[in-house]
Design a protein around this ligand. Structure first.
Ligand code: HEC
Ligand code: HEC
Length: 221
């Protein structure tokens, strides 16, 4: 074959590859899994052992409140636990408790059913447990966190940033510490975790985290 023919052939193969890939991507995007909430409610009995039947959490075992989180975020996080993107570090004790639960949802349909059921629970507003300087926290929140989590703390799906309003203060501080130390958000493939990890670097120490979180709680109406 002449050199030019080889180039043309490679080019054609490249185009074909792009077409095939985009057709697959389209097929995938066109067929989202429909959640079966009745099945999700049955599956949630497992989750309720730690998160409670109302999804309000249990601080003793560091299981966070999950009621009030949107379906896209709950689904993404359970996928993260399942795939070991989150909760796989040997020092992440709370994450290690959740990881096998993600793996039990190995079937995509089950994962969608149970996460969408969890997201359908009435939102909870866990009470404050920590002391923080909300005024100091406000300054930092409005400079940094606001970009993705919003002035109202309701998050931004397009940026994959979850709402923070229904979280417990102790859980948020624990996650900020994990992001900063690399227990969360440092794994290859964790694009959104990595985004948040870089933001956690703007927090000086644990007191600073408590201050920002104290401000987040004031955003609840
Ligand atoms: C054995 C106790 C246990 C069970 C059972 C359990 N979880 Fe968890 N879950 C946890 C713990 C502990 C965490 C906190 C992990 C961390 O600190 O990163 C967690 C975290 C989560 C998160 C992350 C919340 C957030 O704001 O990012 C979601 C979502 C979640 N669990 C959903 C579920 C679902 C759905 C089930 C049932 C299929 C389930 N969990 C079963 C203990 C459990
Ligand atoms: C550039 C966008 C961006 C900014 C700015 C940002 N975050 Fe985030 N944040 C995210 C994303 C994306 C996630 C979800 C990460 C994941 O998928 O694991 C997240 C997750 C979190 C979580 C974990 C919530 C949960 O339910 O587990 C907390 C807490 C949090 N952010 C607090 C903050 C605070 C406090 C600030 C300001 C210091 C901040 N974020 C700034 C994008 C951002």
């Amino acid at each position: 074959m002449r050199k030019i023919d080889v180039l043309v052939l490679l080019f054609a193969l490249g185009i074909a590859g792009v077409l095939v890939t985009s057709t697959y991507a389209q097929a995938e995007a066109e067929a989202p899994i429909e959640p079966d909430l009745a099945r999700g409610e049955e599956l949630f009995e497992l989750c309720a052992q730690c998160h409670g039947s109302a999804g309000a959490g249990n601080q003793l075992i560091e299981a966070p409140a999950i009621a009030g989180l949107p379906a896209w975020y709950v689904e993404a996080q359970v996928r993260n636990f399942r795939g070991g993107v989150r909760g796989a570090h040997p020092d992440d004790y709370a994450g290690l408790r959740m990881r096998p639960m993600g793996r039990m949802m190995h079937d995509d349909q089950k994962l969608v059913d149970v996460t969408h059921y969890a997201a359908s629970l009435d939102p909870v507003m866990p009470a404050a447990t920590l002391q923080g300087d909300a005024a100091r926290g406000k300054e930092h929140y409005q400079q940094v966190c606001v970009t993705c989590h919003g002035a109202d703390g309701r998050g931004n799906e397009a940026l994959h940033a979850p709402p923070l309003l229904n979280n417990s203060d102790w859980y948020m501080v624990a996650q900020l510490k994990k992001f900063k130390s690399g227990l969360r958000g440092a794994k290859a493939g964790d694009t959104w975790g990595a985004t948040m990890r870089s933001m956690s670097m703007t927090l000086e120490d644990e007191q600073h985290m408590q201050d920002v979180v104290a401000y987040v709680l004031t955003l609840r109406k």
